[in-house]
Structure formats: structure tokens, C-alpha cells
Design a protein around this ligand. Structure first.
Ligand SMILES: *[C@@H]1O[C@H](CO)[C@@H](O)[C@H](O)[C@H]1NC(C)=O
Ligand SMILES: *[C@@H]1O[C@H](CO)[C@@H](O)[C@H](O)[C@H]1NC(C)=O
Length: 483
């Protein structure tokens, strides 16, 4: 091997799962290989599928073709230790201990030059750093626990359930303290969205900055140059809400507010409401039935509301090409890939003013400077927001955002020119933020940053400390499994 060949170790025990997290892994892996012809990568995985099967899946699902010669898999036999089903009680603790065992196996089997955790096992970071002493990069999709959860448990000592609550609180706080400390071992921390960044930044408050690197969403594949040059608006006047039929998607709220909107407007010019989504079983079917009843009760005419269940991908795409508005009513949706699809497909989004849709996706865009804008006004906005008095965090005084029926009203009075310019800004914004190219650039700069870092090398004197902590962990796992 050439002397300056570097090996990047990706710790991703479920590398063949094919979800959003794996998309990030493989895009980053491909970028890492493209960065330098001598770079090699190692993927630590508990999957038993053959190398070829994994490569084939990556090609099929993500259209990523890796240089196979430079990719190596290190198979881990202790992945069971992070499987939540192994730990029916104290799941979080079990998984945390399990992840340390798994990580120890990984390091024992192969020592890379850089360690990259793309799944999120914070309780392993001390091990990587103390044992190997190499640069550690972590990509966080989701905080393992958040301070919100801790806040909910704050012991109410006056109540009778006090003791149990108190023990629970101590358990969680200890966990949080360890989680907090784990951040000290991380060299570069990346988060997949503003919501996640804010939470992680609060937990790892001593870190100068946790940066956001949005996952690659291939928005460049949705939007063509012709799309950006459209001069006429010929979409049908309807609102689509693309969401699973589950109560947290707040279909009831949508129907109530829509009915309210219809009462104050001319029926002929009102956009039609299309609720489209998948159902997973009997309870979801009952849910849809109750929604239909509600719509009838509120006298929403049949001509104005439509339910479409379990539509095929092609049908969804067809609707995204022909309707005008895209609605997402969920409160605190951490990201909202459906909203990215709305905007990329040229719909005018109407979304709840919280988390992903508010902070990341439907953000103001300045067409002149071709960048995100700090001010939201008629010339920069890319959609409509609402809040509701039924939001879990609603404050009666906070009336900054309209209610949903008002947002419907405002959206339905847009002229065609306004729709054209608003959706054009939206397309440019998501093209700029969530494209694969954007991710590649971000990952590139991460690689450059770690390239300049000092590698402290393997730390032999610390071996004792490691052995000791491993002993404690294994003891913990054994005790835990035996009760
Ligand atoms: C992956 O890397 C290859 C070069 O080996 C490049 O041609 C291709 O565009 C990359 N794929 C993606 C999806 O970035
Ligand atoms: C970040 O990861 C979480 C957990 O997997 C996911 O719910 C969220 O949609 C992701 N955000 C983005 C921007 O993909």
C-alpha cells in the first residue's frame, strides 16, 4: 500500500438497511473515495449479506456506484448487543452497554486512520478516542435522549408516585451526564437538521459548534432547468396533504379548519382538499372512517374533499405534478421529507410553523443574491405558515402566526404570478440546500478539516484504563442479562 493511503472507518452496524441513514453513509463513503485515489474505506457491519449483495443494494436503492476495490467490510458478531429486543427493560442502558461491546469488537478487528460514526452510538466515543486516539467524526440523526424528555420527568415530590419518579429521574439524569461527557471525545460533530443540531448543541454545550449537514435528498433530480423557467401557471386548484393516516398528522384539525375556511369563502373558487396517505391496518381504517364522518358533520361538500388511500408511487407523483398546494399540519415534525417533495415539485407549501418545515425547508429565499434570506416578506417567502390553539406548546398570547383557515384564505388569494415566483424561489432554495452536490461539498470540507488534525496515535499507556472499563461494561452486560 502507498504510504499516504488512509483508511476511513465507518461504524454503521446496519449498513444494508436501506433507509435515510444509509443514504448518508454511502454518499459520504463515495465522496471519501472520490476525494483521493489512495483513500480506502472500511465499513463495520453486523449484516451477514455478502459484499456483492450489499453493493447491489446500494446501487439499486441509491444509485451510488462505489469503487469496490477500495471498500472493505469488517463483520461484527456482537450486533445483537445493540438490538432493542435484547433489552426488554432499561432498554437505553442495555443498548448503551451493548454498543460499547460492539465498538470494542470493531476496534479489535481493525484499526482505521479515522473513525466515523454515521449511526449514532455516543457511549462508544470514549473508547475510540482513548484506545485509538484518532480523529472522530459523528453524524447525528437524532439525540439519544433529549432534555425535553428529562423535563417531563422532573420529580414532583409531593405526589405519591414520588419515589418511582425520583429513581427514574436519577436514571435519566445519570444517562444525560454520560451523554454530555461523550461529546468531549468528538472532533467533528454534524447534525442532519436544525432541530437535531439545536438539541445536540444544548447537550454538548461546551463544543464550539455542531454544524448542520443536510442529508442528500437528490433535489436536483426533481427539478430541471425548464422547471425554473416556467411562465404560466396551469395547475389545478387543489390542496394535497401527503401523510400517513395517523392522529399525529392532525387530519382532524385540517378538516375542521378547512370547513371553517369554506364557510367564509366562495365555494366555487375554493381549492379542493385531497388527503392522501397510507394505512397500516384496521385502526387506521377506522381513523379514516371517523375523518369522513367529521367532514360530513361539518358539511364539507363531497366535491371538495377526497380521500386517497395507499396510492402507488406513480399516482403520488402525478398528483404532485398537477395540484397547487401542499399541506403539512404536523406539530414539531423533525424534518418532513414530504415538504421537500412539495417544494421541489413546484407546490406552494402550507405548513405548521415548527421544527423542520419552519426552520429548514420553507425558509425565505432571495432570488437576487441567490441565497437564503433573513427577512421573510412578499418578495422572499416560499410558503405559508400556521399555528393552532391545539398545539401542545400553544400560548394564548402568541398570535404571530395565522390559524390554518386563515392560511388557506391567504394562499387561495395568490395570483398566478405570485404562485410562479413563490414556487420558483422554493425550488431554488431546496435545490441549493438539499441536493446531493451540496452534501458532497459539505462532506469534502469535513475531510479537509480532519486531514489537518493531529493524529495522536495509539495510546499504549491508556490500555489499562480501557481494559478496566471494558471489564466493567462486560460485567454490567452479564449481570444485566442474568436478571
Ligand atoms: C460515486 O463515485 C463515482 C466515481 O467513482 C461518481 O462517478 C459518481 O457520480 C458518484 N455517485 C454519486 C451518487 O455521487
Ligand atoms: C434526521 O434523522 C431523523 C432520525 O432518523 C429523521 O427523522 C429526520 O427526518 C432526519 N432529518 C433529515 C433532514 O433527513
Amino acid at each position: 500500500m502507498v504510504s499516504d493511503s488512509k483508511v476511513y472507518g465507518f461504524f454503521h452496524p446496519y449498513c444494508n438497511a436501506g433507509g435515510g441513514g444509509e443514504r448518508v453513509l454511502w454518499q459520504a463513503a463515495n465522496d471519501t473515495l472520490n476525494k483521493k485515489s489512495t483513500n480506502r474505506i472500511v465499513v463495520y457491519t453486523g449484516d451477514v449479506d455478502s459484499d456483492d449483495e450489499i453493493f447491489k443494494n446500494v446501487e439499486k436503492r441509491f444509485d451510488i456506484h462505489l469503487d469496490k476495490q477500495r471498500v472493505q467490510f469488517v463483520r461484527l458478531s456482537t450486533r445483537w448487543a445493540v438490538d432493542p429486543n435484547q433489552w426488554p427493560v432499561l432498554t437505553l442502558l442495555g443498548q448503551a452497554l451493548g454498543s460499547v461491546v460492539l465498538c470494542a469488537e470493531a476496534i479489535y478487528r481493525y484499526k482505521p486512520d479515522y473513525w466515523i460514526d454515521t449511526m449514532g452510538y455516543p457511549f462508544t466515543y470514549f473508547l475510540v478516542k482513548l484506545w485509538l486516539g484518532i480523529p472522530l467524526i459523528v453524524y447525528v440523526h437524532f439525540p439519544v435522549i433529549s432534555e425535553d424528555m428529562l423535563g417531563k420527568l422532573h420529580p414532583a415530590l409531593s405526589s405519591l408516585g414520588g419515589i418511582k419518579q425520583l429513581l427514574k429521574y436519577i436514571y435519566w439524569s445519570t444517562f444525560m451526564a454520560v451523554y454530555h461527557t461523550s461529546g468531549r471525545f468528538v472532533d467533528i460533530a454534524l447534525a442532519n437538521s436544525t432541530w437535531t443540531r439545536n438539541h445536540i448543541q444544548r447537550i454538548w454545550s461546551f463544543k464550539p459548534s455542531v454544524s448542520i449537514l443536510y442529508p442528500p435528498c437528490s433535489t436536483e433530480k426533481f427539478i430541471s432547468q425548464e422547471d425554473l423557467k416556467l411562465t404560466t401557471w396551469n395547475r389545478e386548484n387543489s390542496i394535497i396533504c401527503l401523510a400517513q393516516f395517523r392522529p399525529e398528522k392532525r387530519h382532524q384539525l385540517i378538516i375542521r379548519e378547512y370547513a371553517k375556511f369554506l364557510r367564509s369563502t366562495d365555494l366555487k373558487s375554493a381549492p379542493k382538499l385531497i388527503l392522501m396517505g397510507s394505512i397500516r391496518g384496521k385502526s387506521d381504517e377506522d381513523y379514516v372512517q371517523s375523518l369522513k364522518l367529521l367532514a360530513a358533520e361539518l358539511k364539507v361538500p363531497d366535491t371538495h374533499v377526497e380521500f386517497i388511500l395507499d396510492a402507488k408511487y406513480q399516482v403520488v407523483q402525478e398528483y404532485l405534478r398537477k395540484v397547487t398546494f401542499g399541506l403539512n399540519a404536523m406539530w414539531n415534525e423533525h424534518f418532513g421529507i414530504a415538504v421537500v417533495e412539495y417544494v421541489a415539485s413546484g407546490l406552494v407549501p402550507i405548513v405548521h410553523a415548527s421544527a423542520g418545515p419552519f426552520l429548514d425547508i420553507v425558509v425565505p429565499w432571495d432570488s437576487e443574491s441567490h441565497s437564503q434570506s433573513d427577512v421573510s416578506d412578499e418578495t422572499t417567502r416560499t410558503g405559508f405558515f400556521f399555528k393552532s390553539e391545539t398545539d401542545p406548546d400553544a400560548k394564548p398570547t402568541d398570535m404571530k402566526f395565522p390559524r390554518l383557515h386563515e392560511a388557506f384564505q391567504a394562499a387561495s388569494t395568490l395570483t398566478d404570478e405570485e404562485k410562479l415566483s413563490m414556487t420558483k424561489r422554493g425550488k431554488q432554495s431546496v435545490l441549493n440546500k438539499f441536493s446531493d452536490v451540496k452534501f458532497d461539498q459539505g462532506w469534502d470540507s469535513v475531510l479537509e478539516r480532519i486531514d489537518m488534525m493531529q493524529v495522536t496515535g495509539s495510546a499504549f499507556p491508556r490500555a489499562l484504563l480501557i481494559l478496566l472499563s471494558m471489564f466493567v461494561v462486560i460485567l454490567g452486560v452479564t449481570l444485566f442479562k442474568s436478571v
